[in-house]
Ligand binder design. Sequence first.
Ligand SMILES: Cc1ncc(COP(=O)(O)O)c(/C=N/[C@@H]2CCCCNC2=O)c1O
Length: 438
Amino acid sequence: MSNLSLRERDAATIAQIGKLRFSPLSVIGGRGNRLIEEGGRSLLDLSGSAGPAVLGYGHPAVVEAVETSIRNMAGASLLLYPNEPAVSLAERLLAITPGEGERRVWFGHSGSDANDCAVRVLQAATGRSRFISFIGSYHGNLSGSMGISGHTAMTHTLPRPGVLLLPYPDPFRPNFSAEDVLALLDYQFETTCPPHQVGAVFIEPLMSDGGLIVPPPGFLKTLQERCRKHGIKIVVDEVKVGLARSGMMHCFQHEGLTPDLVVFGKGIGGGLPLSAVIGPKEIMDYAPAFALQTTAGNPVATSAGNAVLKTIAREGLVERSARIGTLFSDALRALSAKHEIIGDVRGRGLAIGVDLVKDRATREPVAATTTAKIIYRGYELGAAFTYVGLKANVLEFMPPLTLTEDEMTEGVAIVDQAIADVNAGEVSDADVASFMMW
Ligand SMILES: Cc1ncc(COP(=O)(O)O)c(/C=N/[C@@H]2CCCCNC2=O)c1O
């Protein structure tokens, strides 16, 4: 057994390109809504491992489903033969996801590969090679999904040729109003981006990694109508804010959208690698062997997916997200009475962002080091959470949907104390230097 810490062994073996670390936390276990740190300390998880741990850790329904399926494993590959868990999950997803006409489900391992698949099959099936997306959007980290994303973390990779990236209107920083963006789109359609060349618009119904931005009411619905007129498909990326997290089963339902394709990831697997794309049969049946991944739709991950959907229904997690999310947001908003740095608290259900500002009048974002220090101090005080935003100034709360009211209260108290301690200068730049990764 090594006498090095897990963190030291991680530094000596795991590639930096796969890391986005916000604190020194090294995890050796997890139970309920808590992570167990090397050394045995328990931390409240307000991040859900960046979203997928919708049922926390070790949920009995997931444990039983995974154990049963792996003990009698129906192969490991949906592409070679059907398996019961995958087909059941596809049936469940089709039943709970509004849509028109006959549809089909594709399974993958991650939000990235799901959006990657959507891009490729839409270009092939529509014959249109251009796409519309948004500055600040994060649709994945594979070439296809990255190519239609607009997050600053991806500027090391050039966007896909022909992508039209529009500003995502932010009610808290209205540099571009919904009307401005729609006018810009119309102008592009008239000039450099003929609509008949555009296969689809990719929409985050709540922009997560770009800063937990809830769009102005009606904007996305109007955008959908503009695009529909030109036969442009609507793809809604529900990877991070879907499946009950927003306080409705699908976040797009808050916006009155009628998507052609819906992309799922993160929470659908309850922490296991699983993603899905639902789309019209004429698109998703484009050609056999078009979007293959050997272990996609395997019976173990899809058994976890079935357990997630069944638990969401059985434990009423849609309503719970709405209720606990409102309490959580209200409690965070109440902190703004004592912390000038809190400029805005926003989100839907248990997808919550706290926008940190230097100045409430100008709404200038705080320095990224300040955000990082609050995360770091929160870790020291016993909670795990992250930050997002193109200026790295938005605290992100994406806890398990099983978060209790007491845990929510505990989490808010930690955030409160962390902000106070950072204001008091208790965290140094050196403390966070190695945690400024995006
Ligand atoms: C709306 C949306 N769509 C797709 C993805 C990609 O999902 P995967 O990271 O599972 O490939 C994501 C992933 N978002 C990043 C993943 C990198 C770490 C930072 N936090 C996230 O949530 C996403 O938010």
